[in-house]
Design a protein around this ligand. Structure first.
Ligand code: CTP
Length: 319
């Protein structure tokens, strides 16, 4: 009997409850959740069958050499050569080797973050992941500042930095990169054709100005692996978004995962307008030709995980 009691105690001790309303104070959400380590663990186990984030987060130096030819994942007929600069910036070991965090925040870019006041809460997490070099300084109250990993689709250079047409834009990008101050910069360089020059410009800038970032370039198998996992779970996504990729990777090294800024809808639950991105004027319905996402479908899958307690989705205000 004592043993049974001990087992029951241990099971319950493992369920770290973080019970709150989703955005209740903002009136935007109504779903209740508890981040539950057991659910997170079983999720991690399932995902590990498809990918290993520690490996797939980046191609390593030993596996490529300058001049190697790579076929883009989504455009198999197009190729790129591994440049000297890209080679120089490949990590020698996984940037997440042996890493484990108690809580992680993944910050999506939805306008739902505006007036959320979530910045301080986001900054309390052990590891904070952001997407596509989204600005933080001007929005710190709502999105926080802490950044441990930030992604950068090559298209960001065009959309947010005017393709570095002049010195002013080059300087802006350089400042943003310097502000990363040792965090991981995750560049999907091998996904789709069209971003080759942009990746090269960024690589050059980092090397020339000795920017203190740890670059990572996702493996060629990551996308297929992530898609495979979700397809097996009946989530038919054509191309996972950055946010979903980050969630899937994070299950490997985060005990509890908190999502903010995931809301791919033009109206909130009170029918108030929500910007597509918190920081620019991009409109809904936007999908670059290279990346036809199915964000609402992804959101449904994440919401269901939230309801099971495997993650926590915040779509309203933080306390
Ligand atoms: N996101 C969301 N709702 C929005 C905007 C973004 O849920 N209204 C989430 C998505 O998971 C998205 C992530 O936040 O992947 C980051 O946003 P964004 O920079 O727009 O990412 P992508 O759409 O993946 O980037 P791209 O358009 O360059 O493919």
């Amino acid at each position: 009997a004592a043993l049974t009691l001990l087992v029951v105690f241990l099971i319950f001790a493992d369920i770290s409850e973080v019970e709150e309303d989703i955005g209740n104070s903002g009136g935007r959400g109504t779903i209740r959740s508890a981040v539950n380590s057991l659910h997170s663990k079983s999720n991690r186990k399932q995902i590990l069958k498809f990918l290993d984030a520690e490996k797939d987060i980046s191609v390593l130096k030993g596996t490529l050499k300058p001049g190697d030819i790579i076929h883009y994942i989504f455009d198999r007929d197009s190729t790129m050569n591994v440049s000297q600069n890209l080679y120089a910036l490949l990590p020698r070991a996984s940037p997440l080797k042996n890493k484990h965090f108690r809580t992680c925040a993944i910050v999506g870019n939805s306008g739902v973050l505006l007036n959320s006041g979530c910045g301080p809460e986001i900054d309390t997490h052990s590891f904070v992941i952001r997407c596509n070099l989204a600005p933080v300084q001007e929005y710190a109250r709502d999105v926080g500042l802490k950044t441990d990993l930030v992604t950068m689709n090559p298209s960001v250079i065009q959309r947010a930095f005017e393709d570095l047409v002049n010195a002013t834009w080059r300087e802006k990008l350089l400042q943003r990169l310097h502000s990363l101050n040792g965090s991981i910069l995750w560049i999907p360089a091998f996904m789709a054709r069209g971003g080759k020059e942009r990746v090269e410009w960024v690589n050059e800038l980092i090397l020339k100005h000795r920017v203190n970032v740890r670059t990572a370039y996702p493996s060629l198998r990551l996308l297929h692996a992530v898609r495979g996992y979700w397809l097996t779970n009946k989530v038919h996504i054509k191309r996972p978004t950055t946010g979903l990729l980050m969630y899937t990777l994070a299950t490997r090294f985060c005990n509890q995962i908190y999502l903010y800024g995931f809301w791919p809808f033009p109206l909130d639950q009170n029918q108030n307008p929500v910007k597509y991105h918190y920081y620019d004027s991009l409109k809904y319905g936007y999908t670059s030709q290279a990346s036809p996402h199915t964000m609402p479908l992804e959101f449904k899958a994440l919401k269901s995980l939230h309801e099971q307690g495997a993650l926590k989705l915040t779509v309203g205000q933080c306390d």
